[in-house]
Design a protein around this ligand. Structure first.
Ligand code: SER
Length: 321
C-alpha cells in the first residue's frame, strides 16, 4: 500500500454536542483514519470504533502536543468548553477551561506545530447593551456571563494571534444549536432540544424560559456545514479573525410549541423561568450575518418547521414502547 502524506485533523471535545457530529462529518469527508476524535473521557461506540480516539485534556498542552505529533495533525478543532448555564455555577473552572484550552491550541499554531485552528465563539459574547435585533458583526459587546466573557476574551486573543503571529484561526459565533444526535451540555438554549424529547415522551414540557424569549437558533446540520465552510474558505477571504456572526433562525418557546403542535396537537407547554432567563434576556434576538455571507458564502437552510420535522422523526423511535 502506498503511504499517504495527508496530515491529521484533531477534534478536542469530540464527544460534545457539536464535536460528535463534526467528527462524523469530517470523517465522512476526509476518511476515518485521518480524523482523530479526542475528549477528556471515552465517548460513544461510534466515535471510538469508526476511527482513532484519544483521551486528551484540552487544558494539558503536553497531551495535545503528543497527539499532534503522533498523528501528524495540522488542523485542530477546539470544541471543548463549559457552556453558559454551567459556567455560572463554576466560574473559575469555566474560565480556566475555556481560556487555557484556547491558549494551548493557539500556541501550538504559533510554534508552527499545527497550521490551522477552528475555535467556536457564541452569541453569548453580546450583552444587554448590544442592539438585540439584527445584531451587527461589529457592535457594543458587554457580556455579563462568565461564558460570554470567556468567549469575548477568546475572540480578542484569536485576532491577536492572527495579526501578531500569523496564526490561521477561524471562528463562528454559534447561536443555540439543535440536534438529535447528542444532548447539549448545560447551555441557556438547551430548552430547544429538551422540548422535543419531552413532547415525545410526556406530551408536555415545563420550560425554564418565558414564552416570549426570542433567541437565535440553528439546526446542527447547518452549523456543521458552516464550520466546514469557513475552514474550506480561502484564507484571504477571511476578513474577520475574531469571530463571525452566524444567523440561522430566531424563535421563542411559544413558536417552537406551535411548530411541535402541528405534529403532536395535544402537546402542552408551561413556563417556570429560572436563572437562565436572566442570561437569555441579555442575548440578541436575531443576528446580522451579512459579513459571513459575503466572505465565505454562508447561508442557513433549515427553517423551524424543517427542524421540528427532522427532530421528531429521528427521536420518535427512542420513545416508542
Ligand atoms: N448554546 C450556548 C449556551 O446556551 C450559547 O452559545 O450556552
Amino acid at each position: 500500500m502506498r503511504k499517504t502524506m495527508k496530515r491529521g485533523i484533531l477534534i478536542l471535545g469530540a464527544c460534545g454536542q457539536i464535536g460528535t457530529e463534526l467528527t462524523q462529518a469530517l470523517r465522512k469527508r476526509f476518511g476515518n483514519e485521518r480524523v482523530v476524535a479526542s475528549d477528556i473521557r471515552k465517548g460513544s461506540g461510534q466515535l471510538l470504533n469508526d476511527g482513532p480516539f484519544e483521551i486528551v485534556d484540552a487544558m494539558d498542552y503536553a497531551s495535545i502536543e503528543d497527539v499532534v505529533f503522533r498523528y501528524n495533525v495540522d488542523t485542530v478543532y477546539l470544541m471543548a468548553a463549559m457552556l453558559s448555564a454551567v459556567a455560572e455555577k463554576f466560574p473559575e473552572k469555566a474560565w480556566n477551561l475555556n481560556m487555557n484550552s484556547l491558549f494551548n491550541v493557539l500556541n501550538l499554531a504559533k510554534e508552527g506545530k499545527i497550521t490551522r485552528v477552528f475555535w467556536p465563539s457564541s452569541i453569548a459574547v453580546f450583552g444587554p447593551s448590544t442592539p438585540s435585533i439584527d445584531t451587527p458583526q461589529v457592535t457594543v459587546m458587554e457580556p455579563t456571563t462568565v461564558y460570554g466573557i470567556s468567549k469575548q476574551t477568546g475572540e480578542r486573543w484569536c485576532e491577536y494571534y492572527n495579526k501578531r503571529f500569523g496564526v490561521d484561526v477561524r471562528s463562528i459565533r454559534y447561536p443555540g444549536l439543535i440536534s438529535h444526535t447528542t444532548e447539549p451540555g448545560g447551555g441557556t438554549t438547551d430548552y430547544a432540544v429538551e422540548i422535543y424529547h419531552r413532547a415525545l415522551k410526556h406530551g408536555n414540557y415545563r420550560c425554564f424560559l418565558n414564552g416570549g424569549t426570542t433567541l437565535p437558533m440553528m439546526f446542527m446540520t447547518d452549523a456543521i456545514r458552516a464550520t466546514i465552510g469557513i475552514m474550506d474558505a480561502d484564507p484571504d477571504n477571511i476578513t474577520i479573525r475574531s469571530s463571525y456572526n452566524l444567523a440561522g433562525i430566531s424563535f421563542d418557546p411559544e413558536e417552537i410549541t406551535a411548530s411541535i403542535q402541528k405534529h403532536i396537537p395535544d402537546f402542552e407547554i408551561s413556563y417556570e423561568p429560572d436563572f437562565r432567563q436572566e442570561i437569555a434576556d441579555t442575548w440578541p434576538q436575531s443576528i446580522d450575518d451579512s459579513t459571513a455571507q459575503k466572505d465565505w458564502g454562508w447561508k442557513n437552510k433549515f427553517s423551524l418547521d424543517d427542524i421540528t420535522q427532522v427532530m421528531l422523526k429521528n427521536l420518535k423511535p427512542r420513545y416508542e414502547e
